[in-house]
Design a protein around this ligand. Structure first.
Ligand code: B12
Ligand code: SF4
Ligand code: SF4
Length: 304
């Protein structure tokens, strides 16, 4: 099935993916996820508990699965709103789910030509994407918990294709974090410990996923200035300061109006204006009420 791999690799390059790797689907995932769940690190994301059996066994998602194809797609390396309330780089432009789904469907079609059945996801399914990306030799899991690549660092989306085809697999890479601990030291809430992220303390969780209207006081204090997500543990990573491996898709850049809008103007927008401003953004999934919460409760300093 070398030829199928070559074909899908070529097609992925044409579609703008920056790298592709393959891991065997049946590889032992260890008990890191179960341990993380048992320790309560998933905070209020209870769907992660429900997905555990599927995550541990990709054959429940696609009977007969033999290989997992992992792909990277670059997102912007600059925060377009740094001085006006930061938005995580991955969420600056259009919704990546919508951008990547048709590209993955194209790759599915390529693989069907070689007799494969596929299931494709990009942050949209119960697959341990970081685990498989590391197993597919695309990089290593850094102390910030993310997939870090020797060319390009961690500023990328991961996508995966489960396939029934037996494709030639890649070798995992050594971990190159060495003695560096910059990400742990830079985390505003000390959410990173022993190479894993405790969502109960992570600002990405509190600004994107949490349904609560307020956070514990120390977290709330750290949230000021964070409108949506957090990149602190990536900004300091030396591997993110090297040139990107591929140009960034212009759909993922922040529109100028959103980049320039001050926080108080954002906070004053009505629901329909929010809907219009964020109509194609991944931020819309969080809902305007929660974004307003981030701005009001977390981002704006109370008047002194
Ligand atoms: C839930 C989730 C979150 C949660 C929890 C974060 C976390 N650290 O797990 C919250 C909301 C906090 C979050 C935040 C962010 N997320 Co998020 N998130 C996810 C999601 C949906 C699941 C992750 C998960 O299951 N975590 C639990 C841990 C335990 O599982 P895991 O990361 O898969 O780890 C596996 C391996 O590490 C392995 N493992 C670890 N140690 C060891 C040791 C041994 C011996 C073995 C065998 C295995 C092993 O086992 C684990 C289970 O298989 C994934 C998409 C996906 N389906 O995978 C995106 C994903 C991880 N997120 C992503 C991003 C971009 C982010 C943010 C940067 C967004 C932001 N800027 O605000 C932050 C970064 C926070 C951080 N430092 O991790 C990207 C990461 C891209 C990359 N380069 O790695 C992903 C892959 C989405 C995507 N498709 O692009 N996220
Ligand atoms: S995303 Fe922010 S809060 Fe979460 S682990 Fe990284 S630096 Fe810490
Ligand atoms: S900042 Fe240092 S320790 Fe953290 S992921 Fe990057 S290289 Fe590894």
């Amino acid at each position: 099935m070398k030829v199928a791999r070559q074909a899908v690799q070529y097609a992925a390059e044409q579609l703008g993916f920056s790298a592709l790797g393959v891991a065997p689907a049946g590889i032992d995932q260890g008990d890191a996820l179960e341990q993380w769940l048992n320790d309560g690190c998933h905070a209020g994301m209870h769907w992660l508990e429900r997905h555990l059996p599927l995550r541990q066994n990709p054959a429940l998602l696609l009977p007969g699965v033999r290989s997992v194809i992992m792909l990277t797609y670059e997102y912007p390396r600059k925060d377009a709103r740094r001085s006006t309330g930061s938005v995580a780089r991955y969420a600056q432009g259009e919704d990546y789910h919508k951008l990547l789904a048709p590209k993955l469907a194209d790759l599915d079609e390529t693989l069907q030509f070689y007799g494969g059945s596929q299931k494709c996801f990009s942050d949209s399914g119960p697959v341990s994407e970081r685990f498989f990306a590391a197993a597919a030799g695309l990089g290593w899991i850094g102390r910030n918990g993310l997939l870090v690549r020797p060319r390009g660092g961690s500023f990328c989306f991961l996508s995966c294709i489960l396939t029934t085809l037996q494709l030639p697999a890649d070798r995992p890479m050594h971990n190159h974090c060495g003695s560096c601990r910059r990400c742990e030291q830079a985390c505003p809430t000390h959410a990173l410990q022993n190479g894993r992220c405790d969502a109960r303390r992570c600002l990405a969780y509190w600004t994107i996923e949490s349904k609560q209207l307020s956070a514990p006081p120390d977290i709330q204090k750290a949230m000021r200035g964070y409108l949506y997500g957090c990149d602190a543990c990536q900004e300091v990573c030396p591997w993110n300061h090297l040139p990107p491996p591929h140009a960034v898709d212009s759909h993922l850049l922040m529109p100028a109006r959103m980049a320039a809008m001050p926080q108080d103007e954002l906070a004053g927008l009505r629901v329909n204006e929010w809907g219009h401003l964020l109509s194609s953004s991944p931020m819309q999934r969080t809902g305007s009420d929660h974004l307003q919460r981030n701005i009001r409760s977390f981002s704006v300093r109370p008047p002194s």
